[in-house]
Ligand binder design. Structure first.
Ligand code: COA
Length: 329
């Protein structure tokens, strides 16, 4: 047992200005507002401006979290950015964030675990803080996922949006720990279900790959849907069991915002009333690694969580990966 625990000291988020509504998409592809809302729950999403990068959005969310906690960027020991849409393959996106927020020369790296990236990063940061060598960690989920979207493919382009969310983690004595438990997992047998085929070593970018749009998101939606419900419910149950928390003690279920029907089914499986399940995907779509920290920041800013309340985060994404965490505010 470590002498240290971890708490979420503050939150922040950033949403790019430009809104793309379902009606806008009706003009691009053969779809309808009615289909998108019924099948996904999404009404609109935000898309980053042309020159706006993932690290710009991550830095904005991170700065807000630091300001709210009254902590100077110079006090940071660690920055982790979860993203599947990095500024560049390398340097990693956290290094750009470090410079943009004016942090010192703290450890800075990125994690790619698709839509579970934020929860994986939270776990890694918490372990590092518990180790004793780090006191303040900025953990950010940030995506310019629009860069991966094929705007001619109606089966995927309606789903995603850009944005960033951040939490500032602080090392505290073990008896003040509020990061209660987590559960992470993956199944590499399903790498083919949700992916961007080109751009890595398996299929380098070529003119041909781009002509065939292999540099954009490919997804087997129906299969992903089924696996998502089981994996999210299982991870959430395991994290609650490890935390010694039951569902009636959970103030908010904060699920990854991929599809309203997935979220409802997970809520039903966990037996949590609808009014304690947080949903904002109607406004943002699926922002991948950014969705949970954006949602949690909204809850905090709206004063919809009180000190001592418990939140259950749960995510699912490409890999396939799944993750859950139980935190006390
Ligand atoms: N507008 C209109 N019609 C569309 C459409 C769109 N945007 N996208 C697909 N369709 C059509 C399909 O072509 C299909 O037509 P067909 O029956 O003539 O073949 C029909 O709608 C039904 O498609 P299907 O894929 O079975 O729909 P669905 O109910 O499974 O909903 C998703 C599709 C993508 C919304 C849903 O499968 C989903 O959300 N899956 C999980 C995706 C996810 O969460 N990914 C991220 C994980 S982090």
């Amino acid at each position: 047992m470590s002498a240290y625990g971890v708490k979420i000291a503050s939150t922040g988020s950033y949403i790019p200005e430009r809104v793309v509504t379902n009606l806008d998409l009706e003009r691009l592809v053969d779809t309808s507002d009615e289909w998108i809302q019924t099948r996904t729950g999404i009404r609109e999403r935000h898309v980053a401006a042309e020159g706006e990068t993932t690290s710009d959005m991550a830095a904005a969310a991170g700065r807000t979290a630091l300001d709210r906690a009254g902590i100077s960027p110079a006090d940071l020991d660690l920055i982790i950015v979860a993203t599947l849409s990095p500024d560049t393959f390398f340097p990693n996106t956290a290094c750009y964030v470090q410079r943009k927020i004016g942090a010192g020369k703290c450890a800075s790296f990125s994690i790619e675990a698709a839509c579970c990236g934020f929860l994986y990063s939270l776990d890694v940061a918490a372990s590092m803080l518990r180790g004793g060598g780090f006191k303040y960690a900025l953990v950010i989920g940030a995506e310019k996922i629009s860069m991966h979207v094929d705007w001619t493919d109606r089966t995927t382009c309606v789903l995603f949006g850009d944005g960033a969310g951040a939490v500032l983690l602080e090392r505290v004595p073990a008896d003040r720990n509020t990061f209660l438990a987590s559960s992470l997992g993956a199944d590499g047998n399903y790498t083919h279900l949700l992916r961007v085929p080109a751009g890595g070593s398996a299929m380098p970018i070529t003119h041909e790959a781009i002509d065939q749009r292999e540099n954009t998101i490919k997804m087997a939606g129906r299969e992903t849907f089924k696996l998502a419900v089981n994996a999210m419910a299982g991870a959430a149950e395991e994290a609650m069991r490890r935390a010694g928390v039951t569902i009636d003690q959970v103030r908010w279920l904060v699920p990854h915002q991929a599809n309203k029907r997935i979220i409802s089914m997970v809520g039903q499986r966990l037996h949590i009333p609808e009014e304690r399940v947080y949903i904002n995907l109607d406004r943002y779509g699926n922002t991948s690694a950014a969705s949970i920290p954006i949602a949690f920041d909204e809850i905090v800013r709206a004063d919809r969580i009180a000190p001592g309340d418990t939140a259950l985060f749960v995510a699912f994404g490409g890999g396939l990966t799944w993750a859950a965490a139980v935190v006390r505010w």
